[in-house]
Design a protein around this ligand. Sequence first.
Ligand code: IPE
Ligand code: IPE
Ligand code: MG
Length: 246
Amino acid sequence: MIHKSSTVSVPAVTDVPRHIAIIMDGNGRWAAQRKLPRVAGHVKGVEAVRAIVEGCARRGVEFLTLFAFSSENWRRPEDEVSFLMRLFGATLQRETARLHKNGIRLRVVGDLSAFDAHLRALVKRGEIRTAHNTRMTLTIAANYGGRWDILHAISELPARSAVDGHAVPVDEASFAQYLAMAYAPEPDLLIRTGGEQRISNFLLWQLAYTELYFTDIFWPDFDDAALDAALASYRARERRFGRANA
Ligand code: IPE
Ligand code: IPE
Ligand code: MG
């Protein structure tokens, strides 16, 4: 299915966002606050993921997209990076059955060529096993960067065919189908935990008209009540998409 571009046509607005994207930030500071090593925050963060996946599915969210590792996170100390990779693998191994049982389809987006073969196989296995589930699509962005996504899409565009000597123009819809998340509508709501108010190279193209919600809560503490607060903020907004207000 090709989803409409929010800048080409105004999408329907529903009380519950169809697609929520989350920048799960603040694991390190959560741990530091407790005098624990940063990686303890990442472990605790996985528990928060489990609860929020269920919470979103229960509320009727169709797509949940979680930023787990950015294309810039390789700049972290090697031991933290390798811990995160192992944690990702172990979580996939442990959680895929639960996702499947709960009717959730798993997708992983990002440049997976940087991951080892074992991790790539776990990703593939999880995606294949859950491919036909329809309750909610959970996308994990791993080694993902918004600029990588756009450049990758450009590289996948079919070589422009010349018609009457003129190059065939690319429009938004034809371009967007080469983005990593072509299967999903653009996010309605972006949540960033941890207090920073920036996009950090997440879904650059897709966030054009997304409602942004920033909270100081560290990701490991982001629970059902915090999700409800974000959803209440979302419901109170008037999404104009460039139109005059109602
Ligand atoms: C987010 O938490 C998790 C990843 C980026 C992998 P951080 O690790 O960035 O936590 P802070 O921002 O240092 O507190
Ligand atoms: C964004 O968090 C990436 C993820 C949550 C995976 P960062 O902690 O890497 O972002 P910056 O460095 O503070 O912008
Ligand atoms: Mg951070």
